[in-house]
Design a protein. Sequence first.
Length: 119
Amino acid sequence: VDQCHWSGIFYLTRPEDCQGGTDFFRHKGTGADHAPYSQKHLSDWGFASYREFVERVSKPHSRDRSQWDHLMRVPMKFNRLVLFRPWLWHTAGPAFGDCPENARLIYLMFFNSEGPLRT
């Protein structure tokens, strides 16, 4: 999970090459659409530490599609900016293209606003 308040993906892929987008998910085991972002959140979910969460949930489940419900996709579109909270479970989707000219081209950005991340 990125340690910032906002994540941004700016799509720069040529319109004729755009595929997929940014997909968002809910973890079936926890019922959550996001990673824990505070010690209170971890405790509420029954974990003593973030490390325990990573070992029991994140590592074994992150690449197992059967553990996730697909919630939505923001389609890739040239010149589109997608801003979202970085703790939301998300992926870039499948890779595409056979050369740099027709592959996924994005600009990633991370922002902080004043105040604590979340409590």
